[in-house]
Write a protein that binds this ligand. Structure first.
Ligand code: BES
Ligand code: MN
Ligand code: MN
Length: 465
């Protein structure tokens, strides 16, 4: 297995060029105009799977963006690994804050990535990380071949909620049956400290509209006499947290599961420097729910945030106007015990209850997803742990991540299998932000670690059955 590294090094330029080709395609799932590009990305991945000799390679149509599928079943007695990833990316705005075109990938050295990082939208989330799995297949084929069965399922709607993948999974349980699901779409603690994500937060995404007068009004003539929707929305939003930064929606915390002593111990072992955290994002003080550490606030505790707020006059100069409408998009990150549909309903009910006279409120539910926690006493976790140790010379630390991949909890429910989240991104990689990037060494180490996982998993699976 030592020569995995040699093969990866020898082919490193080609691997990067192939990734760049994928990164040049602006597959932004949220933007209709980009639909044909999004399909091009799917076709390019399909071509890679076909070239690797996978069977039953196909573009699976959905009501939205297609799903790419391919498999290699070498022996029904061997375990099956199902790889999941996404080829869609987030929109690029604000475009003026990018140093270069987000779809013209280039490599630049950074403080954290002295060997260079790949800059492009999707470099880390998730094209770069997903493509490591494609290259890991090549690495294995060039050596002893696949040690077990492989299925690939790469979707194009993760960044918009995976609604169509949900249908696809429910309709194709047999086709997707597996012993473990393998995903690289999360992060690790630092370049040299590997970690395995053992939990993701759930999500409930809402939109609120407050309507007051039937038209925009002169703010002198009417100011002080009618409820201003922006004033009202602002105070409603402000009231969603109390002075201890607890969320005030009745029932919100009722089902939150406290983390176990083991989990608390594990989280206290995670290396974390609060000053580095503050410096890295340019803030002078942390902020959050009283009684919890920053690590806890971003992983095992729920959160509520306004993602966007608009209304009234926001263009150049001033215009004296009392707006007729105000809107906000609000997301809630959820933790084990909470159910996103229940939380969405509590939110809607609460907004209705706190809407004062003089305005009307309307709440729209966007997408959501359940939180996920994975056990660490499984064959999959051990195999991942061994694989990281081979490559990084360190045992990976289990961490709970604050982000969401809504489909993961559904996989467990529908396919009855656990997911191993082997992420290689760093918090500083600026996913969803301008100048998203991904360390070149993270990319290569990821390919190697994933290739090793297949062998460890197969070996441990056989020993256990
Ligand atoms: N890959 C991310 C999720 C992620 C990032 C998890 C870092 C853990 C660490 C994924 O693509 C993502 O952005 N998910 C969205 C949810 C989706 C429904 C829009 C999120 O977390 O906001
Ligand atoms: Mn992602
Ligand atoms: Mn994302």
């Amino acid at each position: 297995m030592e020569n995995f590294k040699n093969y990866i090094e020898k082919n490193s330029d080609r691997f990067l060029n192939e990734l760049f080709e994928l990164l040049r395609i602006p597959s932004i799932s949220a933007i209709k105009e980009n639909d044909s590009d999004t399909r091009l990305a799917a076709n390019l991945i399909l071509k890679h799977l076909v070239d690797l000799g996978l069977d039953n390679c196909e573009i699976c149509e959905t009501k939205g963006h297609p799903i790419v599928y391919g498999e290699k079943i070498i022996d029904n007695n061997l375990p099956t690994i199902l790889v999941y990833g996404h080829y869609d990316v987030q929109p690029v705005d604000p475009l003026n804050l990018w140093d270069q075109d987000p779809f013209q990938p280039y490599i630049k050295k950074t403080k954290i990535h002295p060997e260079g990082a790949i800059f492009a939208r999707g470099a880390c989330d998730d094209k770069g990380q997903m493509f490591m799995h494609v290259k890991a297949l090549e690495v294995m084929l060039e050596h002893d071949g696949f040690p077990c069965n492989v299925k690939f399922m790469i979707e194009g709607e993760e960044e918009i909620g995976s609604d169509n993948l949900e249908i696809f999974v429910k309709d194709n349980k047999e086709k997707l049956s597996n012993d473990i699901i393998l995903v690289s779409d999360t992060g690790m603690i630092s370049k040299t400290i590997p970690s395995i994500t053992t939990g993701l937060r759930g999500l409930s995404y809402m939109e609120v509209e407050i309507t007051g007068p039937n038209r925009d009004l002169h703010s002198g003539h009417y100011g002080g006499t009618v409820a201003n929707p922006i004033n009202i929305l602002s105070s409603m939003i402000a009231s969603l947290h109390d002075s201890n930064n607890k969320i005030t929606i009745p029932g919100f915390y009722d089902k939150v599961l406290d983390s176990s002593e083991d989990e608390k111990k594990a989280s206290s072992l995670i290396p974390f420097n609060i000053d580095e955290f503050k410096d890295s994002i340019g803030i002078n003080s942390e902020h959050g729910e009283q009684g919890y550490s920053t690590i806890e606030r971003q992983s095992i505790r729920p959160a509520l945030d306004v993602n966007g707020i608009w209304g009234g006059y926001t263009d150049e100069g001033s215009k004296t106007v009392l707006p007729s409408k105000a809107n906000a998009k609000i997301s809630m990150r959820l933790v084990p015990g909470q159910n996103w549909r229940e939380i969405s309903a509590l939110f809607s009910e609460h907004i209705k209850n706190i809407t004062p006279k003089g305005v009307n409120s309307k709440v729209t539910e966007h997408h959501g997803g359940e939180p996920y926690v994975a056990p660490t006493n499984t064959v999959g976790f051990k195999a991942a742990s061994n694989a990281y140790e081979d490559v990084f010379d360190l045992k990976p630390i289990p961490t709970r991540d604050g982000g969401s991949i809504p489909i993961i909890a559904l996989f467990e429910k529908e396919l009855d299998s656990k997911t191993i989240l082997m992420g290689f991104g760093l918090d500083s990689d600026a996913i969803h932000s301008p100048n998203e990037h991904y360390g070149v060494s993270n990319f290569f180490n990821g390919i190697e670690t994933i290739s090793k996982f297949y062998y460890h998993f197969t070996r441990l699976f056989k020993a256990n059955s």
